[in-house]
Design a protein around this ligand. Structure first.
Ligand code: PMP
Length: 361
């Protein structure tokens, strides 16, 4: 594999180089504490300072208003598919879900074990090539919440507008676009995200929840997964993912140095605009997603001649362009352009795509 290497994986995905370097420098002895962060008691002063700083930096980056709690949980976003209804809904309650692709279908399948689910709108009617316009949604006014997937990692779709669900709390799985752009947190009841795209190591799961939604969970909910228990204990109920929280904290600091979410969003838009223009401008590549709904994080596309896909992936790999395969459920190609992907990575990918197309003209 030639270097430099660019990792286009959908997640776990590319991390900022500077963060990995800093972690390496601090690995054995964190700021003359005599310990690695991995070795620190989680209730001790040093780790508590790391966690509180991470909380403050995240609150500042996203503009999380007073009246919202930030929880650092374990289990990944898939666990939240169950924990949401277990924490928010009494048995027999209903919830609205909007089906925009692979990950919303997963959330619906898991959620329907705990709640009566109304699929308020489904992208299936347009073959998952667009986000259903809100005018076409059929919400249930009695729903306990309305769940959306703000960025469909496997399908390459994203909301570029905010639904208005009135008094029904809006809940979003932001796993694959969290911290990629500014968001109006106050428009949401709950935001959750697995860390392995734009935040840090897999397993860490961030839940941002409005205070009035922090209720006693259903009795069968493990206490470690009760939003209320976790919120009331300030993350001390059980051992948090200490090292992952530390890395996430370094990423938040890195994002602040990049100029915050406004600046990063602008860069992300530029990167994805250039890639989509290269795809649209060539007969060899195609992207089916409606332009207005395309994801800036996960560009999903394919070769007009699908039989060239293996060759494309092999040659890309040799050039140091890694993990460009589509999600197994979707196939084709996918370039994930998370915050840490430099412009040079996008340049290298576009140059490779042009050369590959010229060889197959
Ligand atoms: N939601 C979305 C949008 C995702 O992209 C993913 C993972 N790719 C998940 C949920 C599931 O995350 P995890 O594997 O951490 O459970």
């Amino acid at each position: 594999i030639s270097s430099p290497v660019y990792n286009f994986a959908a997640g776990p995905g590319i991390m900022p180089r500077e963060v990995l370097q800093q972690a390496r420098e601090e690995l054995l002895d964190w700021r003359q504490s005599g310990m690695s962060v991995m070795e620190m008691p989680f209730t001790g002063e040093a780790f508590q300072a790391i966690m509180q700083q991470a909380q403050r930096d995240l609150r500042e980056l996203l503009g999380v208003p007073a009246g919202y709690r930030i929880l650092f949980l374990q289990g990944g976003a898939s666990a939240q598919f169950s924990l949401l209804p277990m924490n928010l809904l009494p048995p027999g309650a209903t919830a609205d879900y909007v089906d925009t692709g692979h990950w919303s279908r997963k959330a619906i399948a898991e959620g329907s074990r705990y709640a009566r689910i109304n699929v308020a709108a489904s992208g299936a009617t347009h073959d998952y090539r667009r986000i259903p316009a809100q005018a076409a949604w059929r919400p249930n006014p009695g729903a306990g919440y309305c769940h959306i997937t703000s960025n469909e990692t496997a399908d390459g779709l994203a909301y570029h507008w905010l639904p208005d669900t009135g008094r029904v709390p809006l809940v979003a799985d932001m796993t694959s676009d969290f911290l990629s752009r500014p968001i109006a947190v106050e428009r949401f009841g709950v935001i959750y995200a697995g860390a392995q795209k734009n935040i840090g190591p897999a397993g860490l799961t961030i839940v941002i929840i409005r205070d009035d939604l922090i209720r006693p969970a259903r009795p069968e909910t493990p206490s470690a997964f009760s939003y209320r228990v976790q919120a009331e204990s300030g993350g001390r109920f059980n051992t948090p993912l200490t090292y992952a929280v530390y890395i996430a904290g370094l990423v938040f600091r890195w994002l602040k140095r990049q100029g915050g979410l406004g600046a990063i969003a602008e860069r992300n838009r530029r990167k994805s605009d250039r890639l989509y223009a290269a795809i649209d401008g060539s007969d060899l590549y195609a992207c089916h997603q409606r332009a207005a709904d395309r994801s800036a994080m996960n560009a999903c596309f394919h070769l007009a001649d699908a039989s060239l896909t293996t060759e494309f992936l092999q040659q890309a790999r040799q050039q140091g362009l890694l993990n460009l395969h589509g999600h197994p459920a979707v196939g084709g190609l996918r370039a994930s352009l998370y915050n840490a992907m430099p412009d040079a990575g996008v340049d290298a990918l576009i140059a490779f795509m042009r050369a590959f197309a010229a060889r197959h003209a």
